[in-house]
Design a protein around this ligand. Structure first.
Ligand SMILES: Nc1nc2c(ncn2[C@@H]2O[C@H](COP(=O)(O)OP(=O)(O)OP(=O)(O)O)[C@@H](O)[C@H]2O)c(=O)[nH]1
Ligand SMILES: [Mg+2]
Length: 380
C-alpha cells in the first residue's frame, strides 16, 4: 500500500525516472593561444582542445560527481619568447564519458556518437597562437555548451507494462540481478544483462522501466527511456497473461490490451520503432487458467492488425508490430522455457542480421527461413 500511495499520488502516476542521469549538459572551452613575440616574429602556442573519450565503466553520474561545476577548460598555449620562438602548445583536456554517448550542440545538432570504448571527439578547439595576422595576440576560444546524451547499447530491449516480469526474465536469462518486486515501477533505471551461450557468443539485453498507457503524456515514468531501445536490434515485448490494472480507479487491461497499448506508446514515441524486429513473450504462464487464456488470445497477439480495429481511436495504433515470434513462458518458474527463449532470441537476431546483409547468399536466407518456418509462420 505504501507503494500504491507513492504511485497514485495526486491521482496521477508519478515516479521519478529522472534520478537516473542519462543526459548531461557540460560547458567546455579550448585554451587561449599564447602571445606572439613581434620582435623576432615569434608565434604563440595554440590553445589546447577539449576532447570527450568513451570509456567503459564511466557513468554520467560519476562524471558529474567528479566535476560538479561541469566546466572543462583546456590549457592555454605558451607565449613566444626569445628562448622559445614557437610558444608551447596548450595541454588538451580529455573528458571520460560512457560508451553510447551522443554529443549534441546547443541547437540539438549531433556532433558525433561515441559507441565504442576509446572513441573520441574534439568538442572545443583551442585558440590560435599570436602571429602577424593577429598582431601577435593569442586568440581566446569561445565557451560552448554541449549535451551528452546516453543511449544504452544493447542487442535486445525489454518493453512491457509495469509488473509484467521484465526484470524477472532478465534475472532468469542472464547473470544480471535487477530488482524484482510485486508492485509496479520497481525498475527505475535501465539495467543490462548479458546472455551467454556455450560457444561464447554474448547477446546483451536491456531491462527498462515499465511503459504504461498515457506514457506519452508523462504518465508513469513517461516514455523518454524508450530512447534506450532506439539502437537495439530486437524489441522483446513482455506481457502478463493476467493483464494489468494500476489501481482500483484505473481500467483493467487484458494481456491483449497491454500489447496493443504498448504498440501505441511505441508508435507515439517514434513510429519507426515499429519497423524493428520484435518478439512477444507472454509471461506468468504458471498462474491459474493461464493456458486457457493464452489459447484464446494467441492468434490475436500474432496478428494484431486483425484486432486493433476494435479499439477506440485514442488507444488504437495506426500501424502494428510484426512479431517474428510469440512465446509463452513463466520467467519465474520455467527454466527450460527461458532457455528456449534464449536460443530463439539468438536465432531471430541472426535471421534479421542475415536479411540486412544485402550480399548474403540467397541459399543462406532460404536455410534460415526454413529453420524459422515451423515456429514463425508469419515470417516474410
Ligand atoms: N507467477 C509468476 N510471477 C511472476 C513471473 N515473473 C514475474 N513474476 C512476478 O511479477 C512481479 C513483477 O515482476 P518484475 O520482474 O519486477 O516486473 P517488471 O516488469 O520488471 O516490473 P517493473 O520494473 O515495475 O516495470 C514480481 O512479484 C515477480 O515475482 C512468472 O513467471 N510467474
Ligand atoms: Mg523491472
Amino acid at each position: 500500500m505504501v507503494f500504491l500511495s507513492r504511485i497514485l499520488h495526486n491521482g496521477r502516476v508519478r515516479v521519478s525516472y529522472r534520478k537516473f542521469i542519462d543526459s548531461l549538459r557540460i560547458y567546455v572551452r579550448g585554451g587561449s593561444g599564447g602571445m606572439g613575440f613581434p620582435k623576432y616574429g615569434g608565434i604563440g602556442g595554440k590553445g589546447g582542445s577539449v576532447i570527450v573519450v568513451a570509456a567503459e565503466g564511466v557513468t554520467l553520474k560519476s562524471l558529474l560527481d567528479k566535476n560538479p561545476t561541469k566546466r572543462f577548460v583546456a590549457g592555454n598555449g605558451g607565449n613566444s619568447h626569445k628562448n622559445r620562438i614557437l610558444g608551447e602548445p596548450g595541454a588538451d583536456i580529455t573528458i571520460p564519458v560512457p560508451v553510447g554517448i551522443t554529443v549534441l550542440n546547443d541547437f540539438d545538432q549531433v556532433l558525433g556518437e561515441l559507441n565504442t570504448d576509446g572513441s573520441s571527439l574534439v568538442v572545443a578547439y583551442g585558440g590560435a597562437g599570436g602571429n602577424p595576422l593577429t598582431q601577435y595576440s593569442g586568440q581566446r576560444a569561445e565557451p560552448l555548451s554541449v549535451k551528452l546524451d546516453l543511449k544504452l547499447i544493447a542487442d535486445v530491449g525489454l518493453v512491457g507494462f509495469p509488473n509484467a516480469g521484465k526484470s524477472t526474465l532478465l534475472r532468469a536469462i542472464s547473470r544480471a540481478k535487477p530488482e524484482v518486486a510485486s508492485y509496479p515501477f520497481t525498475t527505475l533505471r535501465p539495467n543490462i544483462g548479458v546472455l551467454e551461450y556455450s560457444d561464447h557468443r554474448q547477446i546483451t539485453m536491456a531491462d527498462l522501466p515499465g511503459l504504461i498507457e498515457g506514457a506519452h503524456m508523462n504518465i508513469g515514468m513517461g516514455h523518454s527511456f524508450l530512447k534506450h531501445v532506439e539502437r537495439t536490434k530486437l524489441l522483446l515485448l513482455v506481457a502478463d497473461i493476467q493483464g494489468f490494472q494500476l489501481g482500483p480507479q484505473y481500467p483493467y487491461r487484458s494481456c491483449l490490451d497491454t500489447v496493443v497499448l504498448l504498440n501505441k506508446e511505441l508508435e507515439l514515441y517514434r513510429d519507426d520503432l515499429l519497423d524493428k524486429p520484435a518478439m512477444l513473450v507472454v509471461n506468468k504462464m504458471d498462474v491459474a487458467e493461464a493456458q486457457f487464456k493464452y489459447d484464446e488470445v494467441k492468434d490475436k497477439l500474432r496478428y494484431l492488425a486483425d484486432v486493433v480495429g476494435d479499439y477506440p481511436e485514442e488507444l488504437r495504433p495506426e500501424r502494428v508490430l510484426d512479431f517474428t515470434e510469440v512465446m509463452a513462458i513463466s520467467a519465474d518458474t520455467d527454466p527450460i522455457g527461458v532457455e528456449k527463449l534464449k536460443h530463439r532470441i539468438r536465432e531471430v537476431l541472426d535471421f534479421h542480421a542475415a536479411l540486412k546483409q544485402k550480399d548474403v547468399e540467397t541459399s543462406v536466407i532460404a536455410t534460415l527461413r526454413a529453420q524459422m518456418a515451423p515456429k514463425g509462420p508469419q515470417m516474410l
